[in-house]
Design a protein around this ligand. Sequence first.
Ligand code: SF4
Ligand code: MG
Length: 326
Amino acid sequence: DDAFLSVRDLHVRFRTEDGTVHAVDGLSFDVPRGRTLGIVGESGSGKSATGLAVLGLHDPRTTTVTGSVRLGGQEITGAPEPVLEKLRGNTVAMVFQDSLTALSPYHTVGHQIAEPFRKHTGASRREARQRAVDMLGKVGIPHPALRVDDYPHQFSGGMRQRAMIAMALVCDPQLLIADEPTTALDVTVQAQILDLLKDLQQQTGTAIVLITHDLGVVARTADDVLVMYAGRAAERGTVRDVLRTPRHPYTWGLLGSMPRLWTPVDQPLTPVPGAPPSLLTPPPGCPFHPRCAHTERVGGDRCRTERPELPPGRGAACHLGEERTR
Ligand code: SF4
Ligand code: MG
């Protein structure tokens, strides 16, 4: 098994004033080196909480994380903060939607790329500065030697996103977590950044977890996909299989807005009718049953009482049989 990232029975629970929110409820998946797993779902589906758990970034005062998260065989759930600190930026790095909060306005872009490199490799200032110039070139910033001393506000949104990717990749991480990395950008820039991530992955063999609400982004960039609903995996498979022969009624709904398979959509998905359930009081049985139009085909109360499990490998967590059709 050559999975670099291996997650087993992950649970993430937030303590709130209203009670415990079960944000991730028994999630398992693998990401091999050189492959991209797209985690897709609506907001509140637990996809970002999953990314934070892989980075060991949840605040232990408010959040309980159980289950297993292994990076290259090393268990990180419950690992001491100094160990996690060493992994972050070095073995595993992250890119978020909002480059304005990720980049400090008080330091030059070049400094922010060079510093983690210095910290992790012990390189000299001069070497690190040259590395920052090289990285800016790699992510497609024109005339990088002239831009390395710019501040983030002197960059466009797309350039800042590229700089953040340069910062994330400067130490050659083996895993990159990208949470809605292109959501704030216009469609053309979005496509360029996604293609850049793919190109860089081909050069480095980095494993990528791409978190998004947009199946079009997954279709363009990912190899495998995990569809999340209410903190659980609804469906899993290769992007090809899931987009061609989706098996879960929720995936059918998400795909309903895609005009043609393999065509990246330029607009947000038409939401599936209804709203995701509160994770303070999740519904019994299948968490999707309040929004599902197919419960009668399963017969009786099964969808409302019995929780469908996701089989290993390709499959869907749904009581409909293998002969299911849309
Ligand atoms: Fe719909 Fe039932 Fe399948 Fe859940 S288990 S997705 S409610 S048919
Ligand atoms: Mg999110």
